[in-house]
Design a protein around this ligand. Sequence first.
Ligand code: GAP
Length: 456
Amino acid sequence: MAAKSDTMEKIVALCKRRGFIFQSSEIYGGIGGFWDYGPLGTELKRNIKAAWWQDMIRNPPPGPDGQDIQMVGVDCSIIMNPKVWEASGHVGGFSDPMVDCKACKGRFRADQLEETQCPKKPSKLVGQHSECQLTEPRAFNLMFQTYVGALQDAANIAYLRPETAQGIFANFKNVMDSTRVKIPFGIGQIGKAFRNEINPRNYTFRSREFEQMEIEFFCNPNESMQWYEYWRDVRLKWYESLGIKSDKLRPREQTPDERAHYSSACIDIEYLFPFSDEPQELEGVAHRGCFDLSAHGKHAKGKEDAFAVVDDESKERFVPHVIEPSAGVDRFALATITEAYTVDENRASPEFMRFHPRLAPIKAAVFPLVAKDGMPEIAEPIFRAIKKHYPAQFDAKQSIGKRYARMDEAGTPFCFTIDGQTKDDGTVTVRFRDDASQQRIAKEGCLDYLRDQLGL
Ligand code: GAP
């Protein structure tokens, strides 16, 4: 078996070669912690976000008592009033302890010195080289700062949001007032977040610009543990339903020491990436108590209970408690890519991507076996019918083996090939990505066949 780092290198090479992920601004030497998604990566990410929105917001699984769950979505601005970040605690507290080295001018996370190479002497760790001159640890805020308006002075400082969650909290009352949702209900949002990570690393895993898929689920404090367990189970099953194998997924309850002071429970859903021996966080499901709504109530309205609600039945008044499943789109995209990556030396295309059909960037390809003898004329209408509904590709160039290999690398689950027999009996070949087996079906049935197989 290839070493873990070899596997990661091969995955990174395939991602570049086939247009999943590129280094941002690569023609200028790149910029650390920023990535671009190419044509296949963009489709993959869109499919991830669409699956999340469909399964969590539009059609969430039934609640603990089999009841329907109320979920709505928002799409908030990236730059918000800076008071949001004072209330949330990000201005004061969203920081990593850092040490600087006066010799090499490097800046390093104080809690990672034991795993960070000295830039001057990579065989040694930071602090171990005779020339290292480390400062005491100092807090370094992770929020990117900018100015709103023409004047670049302190009064105009604003921040790029470091999480999408606060846009949801700031709109809690707007959503309640403009819809018919009642506690318990959830608000979801997908969008970019920015953190000036000191040590962006492990490919896209720790980036400075990334996307989150976050839910804030508002509930009665008395029922909050039941909702915490509901979301923990729902989120774990969601990853499994999209092809992440359960032996690589690890739910890990945080210890009280790890949790924020206001949080009574938090679980990290972790995945065993090839770049590490230990599973790493894909998502956190946190019980946040009433911390955020109380903090915004206090800062925006002068009263911690400004966003309290009254229960229709019990007439009880409370500030809702919040369960927050917070996932990273890019981390799940990377997990999906590494999970899909398969090597089989017995195949013409030894490297291929076994994506779950729902997430596969291209769902089908249509090939005339040769670009003559009337085959393209039969293949084109089949392709046009499929592409109205699903991302599909038409390819008439090169040998059929090479075309299958290209589609295998892109993770396309089905290829339809029009050959000499098609004219005789009206059938085409369907070729399956995972085992390269083939079957013949009627040429009129390609779209229906695909629909059945994909279940989409
Ligand atoms: N609102 C809660 C929150 O933002 P978090 O654990 O800091 O919690 C949630 O982030 C998720 O966002 C993480 O589980 C991860 O998937 C993703 N994420 C956080 N920082 C990231 C980074 N630097 N690069 C890529 N994804 C990141």
